[in-house]
Design a binder for this molecule. Sequence first.
Ligand code: 0O2
Length: 231
Amino acid sequence: MSKHIFPYKQDNKIILMIYNKIKGDVMELENIFTQYQQLKNLMQPYRSAMSLVKSKLESIDDELKCAENHSPIHSIQMRIKSPESILEKLTRKNLPLNTEGMKELNDIAGVRVVCHYLNDIQYIAQLLIMHEDIHLVRKANYIEYPKESGYRSLHLVVKVPIYLKDRVENIPVEIQMRTIAMDCWATLEHELLYKNNHQVSDEVHIRLKECADRIAITDAELQKIYQELNN
Ligand code: 0O2
């Protein structure tokens, strides 16, 4: 296989992986590569959608800072799912490796909002979905109903209109909202289980869940202290 076909180093790695998997069928390989390039080109509206949501959140935070002298948002992170991760998810979910398949994924654009206190989360979420151009598609409240692992966050999937040169597209963005303490747990748990390839004993799962539960108690207490001091 000529190394000049694929200009990007990362692309070469992925294509080589697929090439080995399909046992050298060049026609099939070219087909997959075309689809891979198409997937990469389709990322632009997702980047715009993500930035739009981030800017709305910053504006809400700024308004509250001025009006209520409290800035509820500690930090905002954005991430776009990599083409290889999109391909992996489409394959795992048995979806077609094309635009139609991509439309089934809600988490290509992701925004993570880390708030200071527990009550800030619902407040920010309510204010955001009041915006006319934000269409709420799905809400999963893993704070009220934590995951078996102990994971807590509020997940929203919203669609925002993105104006392209010849059309308007409603693009989904997954928003994860959590406190600083929840974020600490989620980041470390992700790291610990990822490094161990998810092959850890039940005992470790139990201990990680206990950490999450203790963090939830701490979050509730910090919220109480904040309210007492600011009444
Ligand atoms: P990553 O590496 O963080 O991006 P699906 O996304 O379709 O597989 P679903 O039900 O739509 O599943 O999504 P869900 O469970 O509402 O949220 C998925 C995301 O939430 C994950 O993304 C994680 O970011 C986070 N998450 C969910 N459960 C846990 C958990 O137990 N621990 C931690 N640390 N994070 C969790 P990804 O794409 O799976 O992973």
